[in-house]
Write a protein that binds this ligand. Structure first.
Ligand code: ATP
Ligand code: F6P
Ligand code: MG
Length: 321
């Protein structure tokens, strides 16, 4: 049972809702009479001893903000046992007895090693727009990012239709096609190219030509960054179809913005869950949502398995195109 102090941090790429999750961790712990430290700038701040005590006021005016007030980073030194030991010592000297890590698969992998090597209790929350954490179908921020992408698709469709153009939209997701698939289906894309499913440019181009012959005025192709460069694919598509083609690489615009209600709600619920779990002595769990319900997944299982793309969504994208 942890009674005195815990710490919370965000790590990896920021995601909308990380603030809501950290706020919930802080306020729940304080409500339970437990001191909370914030580690600034992810694992880099843990190594640099950039750690400060948080109050309820520290997390005011945050629920609506994207990014992360704690800051985040990618920290190569934490990948070494020496780096992790150094970070651990900065926690121990403050009497920190448990850590909540809000981050993606990489951050959770770092946390699993820290737990294994030091015995520090760790609870993870999936904070990433990539939606690539095993054992759950939602990660904090993926809904806001998907909404941003769908908004872009809506706008691109207007101009594509006006000019009878093919429009490719490259979206983030690293090696995962989840974000592309969510936004492709919700945005009504004709094709969603993802790294998990082989695609054939020739047959896609034949289909597009047939659609145009039948009177269609535009075609939207969502390309997951892990599936290849939309710029290169776009060149091939224009060459093979002879149809005017344009490419938009959405980039970091997808990572920012005020979180949606879904991200705020789920992040708040998961933040409370994580704080209560770590305070009650639990460790090595990642809390997330799966099929609408909160799930607790073993941290080592979460980081040692690769999430696959739901084949029903792959089929749905094709059927509805
Ligand atoms: N194998 C690993 N061992 C130890 N630490 C790791 C490992 N992988 C990642 N980390 C730590 O976690 C940090 C964040 O990881 P990464 O850059 O993969 O982002 P992430 O948490 O997966 O989030 P996102 O993919 O959304 O950006 C790394 O910079 C590093 O400090
Ligand atoms: O912001 P950076 O470091 O360029 O990283 C970009 C990567 O981070 C993410 O936005 C989140 O993992 C990926 O989708 C993308 O590939
Ligand atoms: Mg990741």
């Amino acid at each position: 049972m942890i009674k005195k102090a815990i710490a919370v941090m965000t790590s990896g790429g920021d995601s909308p809702g990380m603030n809501a999750a950290a706020r919930a961790v802080v306020r729940t712990a304080l409500y339970e009479g437990v001191k909370v430290y914030g580690i600034n700038n992810g694992y880099q701040g843990m190594l640099d001893d950039d750690i400060e005590e948080l109050t309820s006021r520290s997390v005011s005016d945050l629920i609506q903000r994207g990014g992360t007030f704690l800051g985040t980073a990618r920290c190569p030194e934490f990948k070494t046992p020496e780096g992790r030991r150094k970070g651990f010592e900065n926690l121990v000297k403050r009497g920190i007895e448990g850590l909540v890590i809000i981050g993606g698969d990489g951050s959770l992998t770092g946390g699993s090693l820290l737990s294994k090597e030091t015995g520090l209790p760790i609870v993870g929350l999936p904070g990433t727009i990539d939606n690539d954490v095993w054992g759950m179908d939602y990660t904090i921020g993926c809904d806001t990012a998907a909404n941003t992408i769908v908004d872009a698709i809506n706008k691109l469709r207007d101009t594509a239709s006006a000019h009878r153009r093919i429009m490719l939209v490259e979206v983030m997701g690293r090696n995962s096609g989840w974000l592309a698939m969510m936004s492709g289906i919700a945005g009504g894309a004709e094709f969603v190219l993802v790294p998990e499913v082989k695609f054939n440019i020739d047959s896609m181009c034949e289909e597009i030509k047939a659609m145009y012959d039948a009177g269609k005025r535009y075609s939207i192709i969502v390309v997951a960054e892990g599936a290849g460069s939309a710029i290169e694919i776009g060149k091939a598509v224009e060459e093979k179809t002879g149809i005017d083609t344009r490419v938009s690489v959405l980039g970091h615009i997808q990572r920012g913005g005020s979180p949606t209600v879904e991200d705020r709600m789920k992040a708040s619920m998961l933040g409370e869950k994580a704080a209560l779990a770590i305070i009650s002595g639990a460790s090595d769990i990642v809390f997330g949502f799966n099929e609408g319900k909160v799930v607790g997944v073993n941290l080592f299982e979460a980081v040692n398995n690769t999430k696959t793309l739901n084949p029903e969504l792959v089929r749905l994208a094709r059927v509805l195109a």
